[in-house]
Design a protein around this ligand. Sequence first.
Ligand code: Z5A
Ligand code: MG
Length: 215
Amino acid sequence: MRGKLIVFEGLDRAGKSTQCERLVESLRSEGHRVRHMRFPDRSTPIGQMINDYLKGQSEQEDHVIHLLFSANRWEAATSIRADIEAGTTIVIDRYYYSGCVYSAAKNNPILNLEWARHPEEGLPRPDICIFLDISPADAAKRGGFGGEKYENQQMQDRVRQLFSQLQSSSEKDDFATIDAGGSLDEVQLNVLQVAWRAIERVDAEGLPLRFVQPW
Ligand code: Z5A
Ligand code: MG
């Protein structure tokens, strides 16, 4: 059986990294072979350029940084595909949905959501995207913003709006939205249920890995 592609998305402090780790651990304990990834992957030369940008140590034109985020996924695309074919499940902390909405949230008149999505076409498409939904009030309870580029309220408000636009697009079936405002264990239980359902569906219906299609 092929591996599955499971992605976590959501706003800042929604708990993506925490729940991603918990899911990886729990799938491994059930005997699944699992690879844990995150984007941006700051360990590659492209990822280091992204890191410098996010930390305010370099400037990049909006399209340039957008394409670097996308290239950072493309440099991993072949190995994602190979691992899935070989039976390894991949759990990813942020993916191309973040890529589209954060760039489009800058309100650059020549970088809208549609433009932002083009370079992502052809990437492996998730079997499920677990969207951790958190209110600004609940996010605020988890501490203030960090010092990185997009960590401010105005940007987060636009990102929230664009995520819901994406969730009502032709990609809507990719998303399973979970209330991320509960306790760590409550959220984890819901995450596990969604992940198991997605895994069982792929196996029961023999679904092949899909790729991101043009809108
Ligand atoms: N970006 C982009 O522009 N284009 C792209 O293509 C991609 C990304 C892929 C860096 O991402 C930035 O890059 C990001 C989007 C942009 N910009 N912003 N903003 P990142 O993934 O490296 O960002 P991060 O700082 O690692 O993650 P995060 O989103 O801010 O947080 P999180 O992973 O969702 O949350 P967490 O670290 O798991 O939890 C946050 C805190 O809350 C922590 O103290 C936890 O213990 C606590 N927590 C978590 N869950 C709970 C519950 N349920 N109850 C109470 N407390 C909780
Ligand atoms: Mg995180």
